[in-house]
Write a protein that binds this ligand. Structure first.
Ligand code: DI6
Ligand code: FE
Length: 400
């Protein structure tokens, strides 16, 4: 028997790649943590007629939201660099002067697992409060064997401390640490790849990521990391074309990447390769906003080639100190000109795909019962308001 029937709901099912897939006066049957049936109330099958009902009073139901790109486990913060940037320094200058990612590396190495966890939980709580039920978390602020594993253990611990699912990405190829300055190849051979193998052996890795950029790693170096990922049977994704075009998206597509992320500087050949490979474009407007980037990701070109677009917070202490998925959606609309329906697909259906999580992201029979119930009447309101959270409640794995 199903456990529960949600009734009197307006449902944005997000089942198709376009639009909301709205069902008016809808009902959803939940059973054993999954969605058993969805449709208009008048069509509720006899099987579900006697089940305990919850009247949602006309509220909007969407899939629970998914934040598919975060770096939310880290030590310290970078408010001082924020201040320095406002006094004229650029993000790349700070990075080259040993600040930027490397300053977070120092703080993350110095922090204990318990400290990192305590700092990360409020960030996770902020996402949960906005209806997020699945979050991706990357390593990449350790850049040594021990700290990369420490970050991933903290990410796994988060899922034991809070009602949220965590997918981890190993991001050992995020920056070259000071002890390997000018020796990126040696860093990859001696630290990054052994740490990846060790983390995988401990069950800490769901995917492998990299930062392909002038201030980080060249495509040939990322390719070495991806070869190892493939040998371990792990999917890959890539920070590509964020500040310049090094052909990272093409490389990612060649490895059948789940997603290529940022991609402000991608060209049409890169987009075509992504389309062919089925690689999702993860848009990160929080970083675009924070860095006051002016080069937009080529949204019209992505639409033209049918590349699915995800939207994520990129929560990190430097380029995107953002722990609001709703604000990321608003920024995707206002800064990148996504439609509100595209923004919602970006944090549901397409975000699920960017994580290879095919059992969620839509309100459909067979999917996990991760739902968000909102005090709004139309789904466009989710991306429209700024700094306002209309979540009524979140349903996680069928738990109301
Ligand atoms: N791109 C980003 O936006 C973050 N990492 C990356 O590869 C920034 C990380 C940071 O500045 O700490
Ligand atoms: Fe990132």
């Amino acid at each position: 028997m199903p456990q529960m029937l949600l009734t009197n709901a307006r449902i944005a099912t997000m089942v198709q790649s376009k639009g909301y897939g709205l069902i008016e006066a809808g009902a959803i049957a939940l059973e054993a943590g999954k969605i058993a049936w969805v449709g208009p109330e008048m069509d509720i099958p006899p099987l579900y007629q006697e089940v305990e009902r919850h009247n949602l009073a006309g509220r909007l139901v969407t899939p629970a939201l998914i934040d598919c790109h975060t770096h939310l486990v880290f030590g310290g913060n970078r408010a001082q660099e924020f201040e320095m940037r406002l006094n004229g320094a650029s993000y790349e200058e700070l990075a080259r002067a040993g600040g930027g990612i490397l300053s977070t590396v120092r703080a993350t190495r110095a922090a204990s697992e318990a400290e990192l966890l305590a700092e990360a939980l409020p960030r996770v709580d902020a996402l949960i409060a906005e209806g997020v039920a699945l979050v991706e978390i990357k390593s990449g602020y350790g850049l040594d064997h021990e700290t990369e594993l420490k970050m991933l253990r903290v990410a796994r611990q988060i899922a034991r401390e809070r009602p949220i699912e965590v997918r981890t990405s190993f991001l050992g190829a995020h920056a070259v640490p000071p002890e390997y300055e000018g020796r990126a190849e040696a860093y990859i051979s001696e630290i990054c790849l052994p740490a990846l193998h060790a983390a995988h052996a401990e069950g800490l890795v769901d995917a492998v990521d990299g930062f392909c950029e002038g201030i980080a790693f060249q495509p040939a170096q990322i390719a070495r990391v991806f070869e190892s990922a493939k040998a371990l049977g792990l999917p890959v994704k890539l920070h590509a074309e964020q500040l310049s075009n090094l052909g990272g998206a093409k490389l990612a597509a060649r490895f059948g990447a789940l997603s290529a992320d940022h991609i402000e500087y991608i060209d049409e050949a890169g987009v075509v390769d992504m389309a062919k490979a089925g690689t999702v474009a993860t848009l990160l407007p929080g970083a675009f906003y924070t860095l006051r980037e002016t080069q937009m990701p080529p949204i019209e070109m992505l639409r033209k080639h049918g590349v699915p677009m995800a939207v994520a917070s990129d929560a990190n202490p430097g380029s995107s100190p953002l722990t609001s998925i709703l604000l990321a959606m608003n920024m995707a609309c206002t800064l990148f000109r996504l439609t509100p329906a595209e923004a919602l697909a970006g944090t549901t259906r397409h975000a699920a795909r960017a994580l290879g999580a095919h059992d969620r992201g839509a309100v459909m029979a067979g999917q996990r019962a991760d739902l968000a119930v909102w005090d709004v009447s139309h789904p466009a309101e989710l991306a429209y308001r700024i700094g306002f959270n209309p979540l009524h409640r979140r349903i996680y794995g069928g738990v109301f």
